[in-house]
Design a protein around this ligand. Sequence first.
Ligand SMILES: Cc1ncc(COP(=O)(O)O)c(C=O)c1O
Length: 348
Amino acid sequence: MNEANTEVEIDWGNLGFDYMDTHASFSALYANGAWGDGTLTEDPYLAIHEGSTSVHYAQQCFEGLKAYGSQDGRLLLFRPEKNWERMADTCERLMIPPVPRELFFEGITKCIQRNREFAPPYGSGASLYIRPFVVGIGRNLGLRPAPEFLFRVFVSPVGPYFKGGKQSPISLAVVDYDRSATRGTGHIKAGANYAGALLASATAREQGADEALFLDSQQNAYIDEAGSSNILIVTEDGLLVPKSPAILPSITKFAAMEIARSELGLKIDERPVHLRDEVASFIEVAAAGTAATLVPVGAIHVDGQKHTFYNGGTQAGPITEQLYEILAGIQRGDVEDKFGWIQPVDLD
Ligand SMILES: Cc1ncc(COP(=O)(O)O)c(C=O)c1O
């Protein structure tokens, strides 16, 4: 842990997507039926009871958003309200008392204010990743909701999620593991979803791809999503968006859809997409998510076959490129935010 007020030296251009120690995190306790006041803490460790429901029954959840440095020195959050709403939905599904809006935003703001020097400057290609999360804690053994919960927020400066960023297309592989069930927890940000996906990602990488592509668990046919991003497809008819009850509603994807509709004039078709039957009509494919922003997908491997997209999968297609430029431009304050998506962090 860095001591308070220690000078921070960071090589902004060479950051990966890794945890970095900062000055402090934000922490608030839910006990006796109510959320208490939050405070900053310099301790990155959680001392929790060994019976905690988060440890045994995965009663926990998280969110992920970024603050982007703008040219005029502000720090901009992208649709943070949506992260709070999604965390509230997640909490409800997992029987976690929802984190009040004020507490959520206080946690984010205080944590960023205290760690101001860790926020990458404009033009560095990096951003400040913000990780709010809730864990069920307290003395427990049986399968029931926890008596107490902890809400925490930490931040970490990060570079591109996939090395190469928007220039280098990634590849996805369909492997033999499902991510989530139709009426399960795929649509919320429960950590358990990600534990179940680790082996799928590792298997996809063993097969030479960058990530797993999940199909629906009932028919093993319709596109769900990738490990940490939703999928967008460009066809001759416009933008095709796989719809599924088992995927995380990606804030990045919905923004890209809105841009495609209103700025590029594309027709949007959001529906279940049958991978094997329809892959031949895919002109461009992109992965959308906070960590990755919008990354071109050059190839999808399924049933031992490799399907490539724009220019043989060697570069981003023009629509992906334009969507990225507008979206990333809005996030960094370079492109006018007609949609009201940007919220500057109060840095005082
Ligand atoms: C499984 C999964 N799908 C999609 C996304 C993209 O969502 P968002 O654009 O809100 O970051 C994420 C990242 O949060 C994710 O973990």
